[in-house]
Ligand binder design. Structure first.
Ligand SMILES: Cc1cc2nc3c(=O)[nH]c(=O)nc-3n(C[C@H](O)[C@H](O)[C@H](O)COP(=O)(O)O)c2cc1C
Length: 457
């Protein structure tokens, strides 16, 4: 029994141990499978979560861009962003040109950003805000002019016609580049709005004289703006290879690059002939477009003064120092533009906005002082006015707006600027641009400005 029991017991025990070990290993296997399944489920869950999250982020990102694309640009930065992909390579190269890596341009932006406004709250009724500027007998809705620049057909097919229309409708002023325009003055000038005549003092004085006489006879210009900071041909020589090799996608440029050259004494010089140094037309004259003189002096300003109808205001553009500003006042210039030429003439020059208080101090309120280079928002305009500017000029921003949709987009840019200007003035508790002063700038920067002014005296 015992034996049997033992043997049975022994046999029973061995079978039960083998069955328990097999069920144990079975359990372990089951456990392993369950664990694997659980891990797989967790991993799948994680993967699905990540995929969903990424996908959602991607979807959000896409929808965000679609939404932004449906809403028209609301700031100059957005106009720039929208414009750059629309511009031809040639237009981009030409518009974004700097005489060096663009240090001055960046420095202007940095200085504008470093200045801070000082809002005042609960100032009562700020519903009616006056942003108008009256100058030389004309009133602008906002203290802004489009700075002179050339070849607006590179921004939009209607070229300067669109600039004149959009600027006039937007209540700003327009400096029409008579000599290097891509549209005939007869098509541009009927567009309503305040216009100044932009001139270079070219070596070919007959060109300058003819331009002034024909342009002023139109009665369309309330002032003449003379560019005084261009005593060399660097932009032209650097840009010419791009112009000659780009293939010019704009067919109308093939006919006549400088439509007003007929009025300036040049007829039948086509764009191709003009840009081809070997063409017989080019050989007839060193440079039918005009050569920037390397011998300019204040006597040239006097020469222009002697030629224009009496009372015609002359504005000198490109001033950066107190000495030049004083000289301009002494010569009898009617206004000045503190300008870096958008960084296109002398990179590493003092940023125009940084030079502004020094120049304002030197001028002592005798003539209006404008500033350009790097003005990109209503708060930039306010900062410039707080530092004593009468108004500002915009160069590239107007070209970007034109590229976004011609005159309509340009008009929109000015109405956005005007609305922002009004709201920013409300935030400052100021009813008119004429009431802006250094007290509206945050003191640390004011101290810095005062120290700059003091160091330049
Ligand atoms: C494409 C282009 C062409 C320009 N052509 C002229 C010009 O013919 N005469 C001139 O005085 N300034 C010219 N400028 C300089 C502008 O008048 C202005 O000083 C400058 O663009 C202001 O800087 P911003 O572009 O940062 O606003 C030109 C600027 C650009 C961008």
């Amino acid at each position: 029994m015992n034996v049997l029991a033992t043997s049975t017991g022994g046999g029973g025990s061995s079978s039960s141990s083998s069955s328990s070990s097999s069920s144990g290993s079975w359990n372990r296997r089951l456990l392993a499978v369950a664990a694997a399944k659980a891990t797989a489920l967790v991993l799948i869950g994680l993967w699905r979560y990540c995929w969903y999250k990424n996908h959602k982020e991607e979807k959000n990102e896409k929808e965000y861009h679609q939404l932004c694309a449906r809403i028209p640009p609301r700031s100059i930065a957005e106009f720039e962003q929208a414009a750059l992909p629309k511009l031809s390579p040639l237009a981009r190269v030409y518009f974004q040109y700097f005489s060096d890596p663009g240090v001055t341009d960046q420095a202007c932006r940095t200085f504008y950003r470093s200045l801070r406004l000082l809002p005042t709250i609960l100032t009562g009724d700020v519903r009616n805000i006056d942003t108008t500027l009256t100058l030389f007998g004309k009133t602008l809705e906002l203290p802004v002019l489009v700075a002179p620049s050339a070849f607006h057909v590179l921004a939009c097919p209607e070229g300067e016609i669109a600039t004149a229309r959009g600027t006039g409708a937007g209540g700003a002023g327009y400096c029409y580049n008579w000599m290097l325009s891509s549209k005939l003055y007869k098509d541009v000038l009927p567009e309503p709005g305040v216009k100044w005549l932009h001139l270079y003092m070219f070596e070919e004085r007959d060109l300058v004289e003819a331009s002034i006489k024909t342009a002023m006879a139109t009665g369309a210009f309330s002032a003449i703006l003379l560019t005084c900071d261009h005593p060399h041909q660097r932009v032209q020589s650097r840009m010419m290879p791009f112009f000659t090799t780009s293939g010019f996608p704009y067919s109308n440029l093939d006919d006549s690059f400088f439509p007003n050259q007929g009025a300036m004494g040049f007829h039948d010089v086509t764009l191709k002939e003009l840009l081809d140094p070997n063409s017989s037309k080019m050989k007839e004259r060193a440079n039918p477009g005009g050569t920037n003189s390397a011998q300019l002096s204040w006597d040239d300003v006097k020469w222009i003064q002697s030629m224009v109808p009496p009372g015609t205001p002359i504005v000198a553009k490109g001033i950066l120092s107190a000495a030049d500003a004083k000289q301009a006042v002494q010569v009898g210039v009617d206004a000045i533009v503190v300008s870096n030429h958008g960084g296109r003439q002398c990179d590493l020059a003092v940023p125009a906005i940084e030079a502004l208080p020094v120049v304002v101090d030197a001028v002592q309120g005798k003539i209006p002082v404008f500033v350009d280079s790097g003005v990109r928002s209503s708060s930039d305009i306010i900062k410039a006015l707080c530092l004593g500017a009468t108004g500002v000029m915009l160069g590239r921003p107007a070209l970007w707006a034109l590229a976004c949709g011609g005159s309509d987009a340009l008009e929109r840019m000015f109405s956005v600027l005007k609305a922002d200007l009004q709201d920013d003035l409300r935030s400052l508790g100021v009813l008119s641009i004429r009431d802006l002063g250094r007290q509206h700038l945050w003191p640390p920067d004011r101290e810095r400005i005062e120290s700059i002014v003091a160091s330049c005296k």
